[in-house]
Design a protein around this ligand. Sequence first.
Ligand SMILES: NC(=O)c1ccc[n+]([C@@H]2O[C@H](COP(=O)([O-])OP(=O)(O)OC[C@H]3O[C@@H](n4cnc5c(N)ncnc54)[C@H](O)[C@@H]3O)[C@@H](O)[C@H]2O)c1
Ligand SMILES: O=c1ccn([C@@H]2O[C@H](COP(=O)(O)OP(=O)(O)O[C@H]3O[C@H](CO)[C@H](O)[C@H](O)[C@H]3O)[C@@H](O)[C@H]2O)c(=O)[nH]1
Length: 346
Amino acid sequence: MSGSSRPWNMVRINQVDMKNILVTGGAGYIGSHVVQELLKRDYTVVTLDNLSKGHRGAVVGGVFVQGDCGNSMLVGELVKQHQINAVVHLAADSLVGESMTRPDKYCRNNLGNGIEFLTALVDAGVRQFILSSTAAVYGEPEYTPIDEAHPTRPVNVYGGTKLMLEQILGWYEHAYGLRFVALRYFNAAGADPGGNIGEDHNPETHLIPLVMQAALGKREKVTILGTNYPTPDGTCLRDYIHVSDLAVAHVLALEALQAGEPSAVYNLGNEQGHSVREVVDTVRRVTGRDFTVEEGPPREGDPAVLVASSRKIKDCLKWQPRYGELEEIVRTAWAWHSNHPDGYQS
Ligand SMILES: NC(=O)c1ccc[n+]([C@@H]2O[C@H](COP(=O)([O-])OP(=O)(O)OC[C@H]3O[C@@H](n4cnc5c(N)ncnc54)[C@H](O)[C@@H]3O)[C@@H](O)[C@H]2O)c1
Ligand SMILES: O=c1ccn([C@@H]2O[C@H](COP(=O)(O)OP(=O)(O)O[C@H]3O[C@H](CO)[C@H](O)[C@H](O)[C@H]3O)[C@@H](O)[C@H]2O)c(=O)[nH]1
């Protein structure tokens, strides 16, 4: 639809209650922590998740709707019925390796459904939007730590789809007045210290939960994917950020939009790089368990080093991580995995 046929400036913008939030992907790993944080702060939350990856049991409260964010009719109805003011959009496919072999899946879901979703929102009058973006938009770093001014040249399809969605948000802002915050998370890890929600993916591809499964004896071994990277120990460096710290950042971003702040892009990391070997050693230390570790070839699409500068979000939104150390993050992950060895099934 062209800009002229979409009278966005005439659409009624709900100012009555600024606390009705639609969260897509809220049954997933990060989304479930975001939903919990919003509920703690007295937001009214509607979770929309198609459960392609998420778990009904991960949604600790609010209204849950099983459905697809690309279903414009459903989205329009939800906005109207629940007087939605703002949206947190986490629904996506997000596996770097898979995105290289299934680009169609990533373009359809992250872009196709993402665009349908955005369009249904502006049609329904929503003008505040938080996007789960990613460090994968940067590609191979030209310098570290990576700040938001770093060039964006994704080296995997997944990062490419997220960058395009950020660009589309800019166009929707220009045409329809939608204000947005794109949060470029680095590697989400850990679990809610309360112990009820945590990471449960099937298949699991993320390093920390895989190492936890090996520590629990549920996996025969851990494979280090690449040992010849230009890093001190030859394995990739990543910046692990606690999922509860991420959740708080979403609330701060929402508050900024609600206060009328302009659109913005923020990195979210702990500003420290940890190698794959360091993660393995930390899990051994925290769990007191040993397991087999083998060395394998690198995974396609993996940059050698991804370490954030989070200065901007600390300065602008006063965000401060509570879990700055890898060991603390691994401790909370271990509490979840050891108490829920079969994830939400246990
Ligand atoms: N996990 C990380 O380290 C990380 C890092 C950077 C960015 N992100 C981004 O954060 C978001 C959440 O990641 P996660 O690790 O919690 O993933 P996740 O797979 O646990 O959660 C995604 C949720 O979205 C749902 N979903 C997917 N497509 C949908 C659709 N079309 N309609 C409705 N629901 C849909 C899934 O069922 C799932 O519950 C993603 O957008 C991801 O790209 C994650
Ligand atoms: O069995 C494994 C699994 C992973 N790794 C390595 O561990 C590191 C972390 O890998 P993850 O799969 O845990 O995480 P990624 O860095 O690939 O990706 C994550 O963080 C990215 C941003 O940094 C994206 O946003 C993405 O959504 C999210 O999954 C990588 O170097 C990877 O090669 C291994 O050595 N062995």
